[in-house]
Design a protein around this ligand. Structure first.
Ligand code: FAD
Length: 416
């Protein structure tokens, strides 16, 4: 098979669904969505808790409900959906190699591609926890899939390492399923999750959160029996004498997400080491014209509503014939900022404003977001509270971007 499509979207999570629908709305006809799982919806299918859609639909939905609304919107559009199909390779000339049980190996061609492969979880190997190698250690997302989709209870006495949102949500989920969640342990002095999840998933269930602590040893022969937790110093080194022993049969790891980008790298697309995703322009186009990226494959989002908005940009732009421009502004992350997305802006391609997402590298109160245009302060936005776990956004007007070479976003902390 060697079929030609206007657009091929890789990954049918919320990002891929929104991009495909936006491209259809913008006039593209032959659109193919490829998904390796057995159904579309991505990670939302296993997120049966509510809290999705507050921004986009102005109502509180569960993950499957949020995904379901977009899946319904596919009806009547003619967008083709190929599930159980894994994309193995894409090339700069937009040739896609995919494999499936039904169709075997396929070579497909497209005028444009949207990369929306989501992200994957860091595992025990990635963070090298010392101790034996018993059963009972899961990433929080894997446990979530087992409990919520496959009907398998992963354990009874649970310790959670890492306070990212998935870990927090699983602390509550395991409690509701009858397990005893002993504690959530976080190596940093602040949580990596949303404030609302700390309150609703830990505090409401009296689950202690140990900040500046980590697991220093896992004990157990066949199954986890004990975990040793120690306090860490400012260099994240365990402090001798602070050890606490937890008798547990399960450890859930919520220690970070990595944008899924093997295909992106192999195609020769420029990457941003700060996000782990592709470098993108204002409309989510990557360094290869006609290849776009969106959602968690670009940077890890905490709210799916922002994934949707960003992916609609990508899909709409994928329907344009040409996105080139004569002038590019480079975005820089200044003091206190970890990264920005997009990383580059072409003012000619901006209608009125560009939304720039960023994360801060420490918690701060009563601070301000400072926007510098070629080194001069151009805007200042007071912020009562900023935290690394919460993605921030500023809107830059076209007039601020025109003629500029660099825009820097930084944080100014209140003195004293
Ligand atoms: C556990 C958890 C809890 C969350 N809780 C909330 C919440 O309460 N509220 C909220 O707003 N947001 C929440 N989020 C965030 C939100 O769900 C994500 O930001 C969103 O799902 C990301 O969408 P995506 O399409 O980029 O990625 P995904 O949903 O991960 O979709 C990517 C898709 O690409 C497919 N894929 C990957 N590689 C290939 C390939 N090579 N070939 C074919 N298909 C491929 C995958 O199978 C997957 O279906 C949560 C996220 C997680 C992980």
């Amino acid at each position: 098979m060697n079929e030609m499509y206007d657009l091929i979207v890789i990954g049918a999570g919320p990002a891929g669904l929104a991009a495909a629908l936006a491209a259809h709305k913008a006039g593209l006809e032959r659109i193919l969505l490829i998904e390796r799982d057995r159904e579309p919806g991505g990670i939302l299918n296993q997120c049966i808790h509510n809290g999705f859609g507050l921004h986009y639909f102005k109502e509180e939905l569960t993950g499957p409900e949020y995904a379901g609304k977009f899946i319904h919107m596919l009806e009547g559009t003619g967008i083709e959906l190929m599930t159980d199909t894994m994309v193995l390779e894409i090339t700069a000339d937009k040739t896609i190699t995919a494999v499936s049980k039904t169709y075997g190996l396929q070579i497909l061609k497209a005028h444009s591609i949207v990369l929306s492969m989501g992200c994957r979880e860091r595992t025990r190997g990635a963070i090298a926890i010392p101790g034996s190698r018993p059963a009972g250690i899961f990433t929080a997302g894997t446990a979530q899939r087992y409990v919520n989709m496959e009907g398998y209870m992963v354990g009874r006495r649970v310790l959670i390492l890492g306070s990212g949102d998935i870990g927090l949500i699983m602390a509550r989920r395991m409690t509701l399923e009858g397990a005893k969640v002993l504690a959530c342990v976080e190596v940093m002095p602040y949580s990596g999750g949303l404030k609302r999840n700390i309150v609703q998933c830990l505090e409401d269930f009296n689950i202690p959160l140990y900040l500046s602590h980590t697991i220093t040893e896992i004990r157990g022969k066949k199954r986890v029996e004990q975990a040793v937790v120690s306090q860490v110093d400012e260099n994240r080194q365990p402090i001798p004498g602070t050890e606490m022993i937890f008798d547990c049969d399960t450890i859930l790891l919520s220690v970070g997400l990595i944008p899924e980008n093997e295909l992106t790298r192999k195609a020769g697309i420029e990457m941003d080491p700060r996000t782990g995703g592709a470098m993108v322009y204002e409309n989510m186009e990557t360094s290869i014209p006609g290849i776009f990226a969106c959602g968690n494959a670009v940077h890890v989002h905490d709210l799916v509503d922002f994934v949707t908005a960003e992916s609609q940009l990508a899909g709409t732009a994928a329907a344009q014939k040409d996105n080139a421009a004569s002038h590019t502004v480079t975005l820089k992350n200044g003091s206190g900022v970890t990264y920005t997305v997009p990383q580059r802006i072409r003012p000619e391609r901006v209608e009125k404003n560009v939304g720039v997402f960023f994360r801060v590298n420490r918690s701060c109160e009563k601070s301000a977001v400072i926007v510098r245009r070629d080194g001069e302060i151009a805007a200042r936005y007071p912020k009562p509270y900023l935290a690394p776990g919460e993605m921030e956004r500023v809107s830059l007007p076209k007039t601020l971007l025109e003629g500029a070479n660099t825009i820097e976003i930084s944080i100014e902390e209140a003195q004293g």
